[in-house]
Design a protein around this ligand. Sequence first.
Ligand code: LP5
Ligand code: MN
Length: 241
Amino acid sequence: MSLLFVADIHLCQQESAITTGFIHFLHTRALKADALYILGDLFEVWIGDDDPNPLYQDIALALKVLNQRGIPCYFINGNRDFLLSSRYATACAMTLLPEQQVLQLDRQRVVILHGDVLCTDDKAYQSFRRMVHQRWLKQLFLYLPLSLRLLIADRIRANSQRANVGKTDNIMDVNQQAVMAVMTYTGASVMIHGHTHQPAIHTMDMDNCHYRAVLGSWHQQGSAIKIDAAGVTLVEFPFCS
Ligand code: LP5
Ligand code: MN
């Protein structure tokens, strides 16, 4: 059994090397896995499944190949693509998962999530998140013309970038109590998440058999976590290898 996990690819039209690298990954490493889990922020920003951006068609076609080869692909929304929904997931032949999912494997329980909900010290972000996750607001936003949605998304991104300059690394990292609460509640011995862009496999303080595996972003290279007979491994690789 070999499971692959990725997050924070941040695909966008301006970054063609990342797109090429990710499609190459789908055609090579992912085809050797038994399943692929995408844990959010596949896209730099997502303003609705009706966006005709050709990049999204290319990625859907590439992801669909996995399904055609019998490799299931699962997706958890990130904070950038929390509006990605069933229409696009169907086009990619990937299964949408809830924001937190437990996988019962032979030897361990693994909890997977994007990771933004663990950043509880970032109060401004958590209240922003509560606001934009309201169902009525999401629906209202999706009724707006694409050009206006794009404008609003740009404004939010600019605000977010400005706000992040004033935040310490500590505030933007996960809160240990929030991590422990999820692991205790789910009974998982391994947690896999992205969002913080700080790839590592941490051994939890409580003992030596609980791990938190953090995925890296795809800004300069590919990053994935693999679970197979060898255990839980963080793999980083050049875009076209
Ligand atoms: O994304 P990243 O890593 O840079 O920063 C995140 C947090 N920021 C966000 C915002 C996203 O970057 C942008 C999402 C765009 C979604 C498009 C659809 C919009 C639909 C809205 C309606 C349903 O997630 C950042 C965290 C950081 O991670 C680390 O965890 O700190 O959080 C913030 O920056 C939040 C700020 O602290 C407050 C945000 C102010 C937003 C103000 C809104 C202005 C609205 C203008 C409208 C015209
Ligand atoms: Mn994120």
